[in-house]
Design a binder for this molecule. Structure first.
Ligand code: ADP
Ligand code: MG
Length: 282
């Protein structure tokens, strides 16, 4: 068994790469898979911060610099997730050693089902290494023309290196339909899906609504899908994770769950992802 390795990338910062990485990570772990999120963003490493980890000693960057072993940089996150934090100081940022990144991914591939790598925006040397090492890349894009165009260079780079774009994760959208993600109304406020697909020549793999739960979750340092499993954004994160893992997600069931009391809501929603055939897996 070898893990599926996904880079989570975007052309510019602030599109939601870290939010997507940790929420998909926890959702995939909730499905019973072995998942690790790696924080490969040197400039803004905040995976550890958002997962509520206060005792970070060795990091991804210490490992890259040859200052620590792989075992030392793996941490237990919430909801069964494992993670490798990035370094908050600049002291140990050495020249990126490509071989060490490749060795790290090889090691993890044998121990996990999914490896999600949160990257720095754009194509710096550190991100390039990740894009080359991952089999697939998700482009995290906001529904604005600049965000879409900025991600084009990532897509071109990934394909130049003969890797694949798994698809676009359209984050912070106001156009979504909770009952069925396929019934989406076009609106004049957001760039149409067709334009996004045409510019990036990639499909929209999933969409995540603009939701205040994300701010609350980052303040409380708990991933949104755990803090409020039935919040809009959480529901969509879980549906994307289900698609990645090859499960079918019951949107209507989730909607009914949101009318129930909070504790019950949490319990039901944790178990409402129903296993189905692997036909969705692409
Ligand atoms: N779906 C969303 N709804 C509301 N706010 C969001 C959403 N996704 C991200 N944000 C906010 O946008 C900002 C950038 O998100 P972050 O995940 O840190 O982006 P990146 O890692 O790409 O720089 C954060 O303040 C985050 O809380
Ligand atoms: Mg980030």
């Amino acid at each position: 068994m070898s893990a599926e390795v996904y880079a989570i990338a975007s052309g510019k910062g602030g599109t939601g790469k870290t939010t997507v990485s940790i929420n998909l990570g926890v959702s995939l772990a909730g499905l019973g898979t072995r998942v690790i999120v790696i924080d490969a963003d040197i400039a803004m490493p905040n995976v550890g911060l958002l997962l509520g980890e206060d005792k970070i000693n060795k990091t991804y960057h210490d490992y890259i610099a040859g200052h620590s072993s792989i075992e030392e940089i793996i941490y237990e996150g919430p909801g069964g997730l494992k993670f490798i934090p990035g370094s908050l100081t600049l002291d140990n940022i050495a020249e990126i050693d490509t071989t060490r990144v490749v060795e790290l991914i090889d090691y993890l591939k044998h121990r996990f089902d999914f490896i999600l790598i949160d990257t720095a925006p754009g194509i710096s040397r550190e991100t390039a290494v990740v894009l080359e090492s991952a089999d697939n890349t998700f482009l995290v894009v906001n529904p604005e023309i600049s965000s879409v165009v900025d991600s084009l260079k990532i897509k071109v780079y990934v394909e130049m290196k003969e890797r694949s774009i798994k698809g676009i994760i359209l984050n912070r959208t106001n156009i979504y339909q909770i009952h069925s993600p396929s019934e989406i109304d076009e609106s004049e406020d957001e760039i149409p899906d067709e334009d996004i697909k045409n510019i990036l020549e990639s499909s929209i793999y999933g969409r995540v609504p603009e939701d205040r739960i994300i701010k609350k979750a980052s303040f409380q340092r708990v991933p949104a899908v755990l803090l409020e499993p039935s919040a809009n954004a959480s529901v969509f994160f879980k549906s994307i994770a289900s698609k990645i893992a090859g499960y079918e997600y019951d949107f209507e069931y989730q909607q009914k769950v949101s009318d129930k009391s909070s504790l019950l809501k949490k319990i039901i929603s944790l178990f409402s992802i129903r296993k189905n055939k692997n036909e969705n897996k692409n």
